[in-house]
Design a protein around this ligand. Structure first.
Ligand SMILES: [Zn+2]
Length: 229
């Protein structure tokens, strides 16, 4: 009993150490991209030229019974929307990372901590626990592609992103069906924050439109996720 308890304490600490290392590495890589590699886009991204690429992979989680959080088909509308909005606003082509398929079901079942996550400001605490470790070990690729995990439920939200400090975003069963949530969360992953105009893609609520400001183009195109290759 005592041994189990100390094991779980060690695991908790290990999850925290891993999360700090993951975040620190990503902050350094992001700063290098924004200030050196993507400097042209950080300053003149509003020119929308030349074309850049954003690679994404959507993984649908399964619970311990093997049930998927949502059917693959349900994501088609939001993928189409994200592709259109990013092409129009940023001259960025959204592509599937690996195998030319946007959506796959994770073969292994997922822990309950990853199926039911926190949203909003509390999401950061999950990054230091089992959910954060699980998402980190199931990424489609490191640093450049954005992996989208479709979970069962996000507390108080239908989608969530930690911004550039992680390589993934989450959608829940509600967010997967809403047209603009995927594009909105991907925009967060590429460095954009909320804006209070309903016409803007970064408006926090689902009745948002898809416009962006010129400076949002600079920030988006300066992201490490948005590449020329
Ligand atoms: Zn948001």
């Amino acid at each position: 009993m005592r041994k189990n308890f100390s094991m779980s304490g060690a695991e908790k600490l290990w999850n925290i150490i891993k999360a700090i290392a993951r975040i620190a590495v990503r902050i350094v890589i992001e700063i290098i991209h924004r200030s050196i590699i993507n400097l042209f886009d950080s300053l003149f991204g509003f020119l929308n030229w030349p074309k850049k690429k954003l690679r994404i992979k959507i993984f649908i989680l399964r619970d311990q019974h093997g049930d998927q959080s949502c059917p693959e088909k349900e994501l088609e509308v939001s993928i189409d929307h994200a592709r259109k909005v990013f092409k129009k606003n940023f001259n960025v082509e959204v592509m599937a990372h690996r195998k030319n398929v946007f959506v796959e079901v994770l073969p292994n079942t997922s822990p309950v901590e990853a199926l039911h996550v926190k949203g909003g400001r509390d999401a950061l605490s999950d990054e230091f626990k089992i959910a954060g470790s699980f998402f980190a070990s199931n990424l489609s690729g490191l640093f450049y592609p954005v992996t989208v995990f479709v979970v069962k439920n996000i507390e108080g939200a239908s989608g969530c992103s930690l911004g550039p400090i992680s390589d993934y975003v989450t959608l829940d069963t509600v967010g997967a069906k809403q047209t603009s949530v995927l594009a909105h969360e991907l925009a967060h992953a590429c460095g954009l924050w909320h804006i209070s105009e309903r016409s803007n893609l970064l408006y926090p609520y689902a009745d948002r439109h898809d416009e962006v400001k010129w400076w949002q183009k600079n920030i988006f195109r300066g992201s490490r996720h948005v590449t020329y290759w």
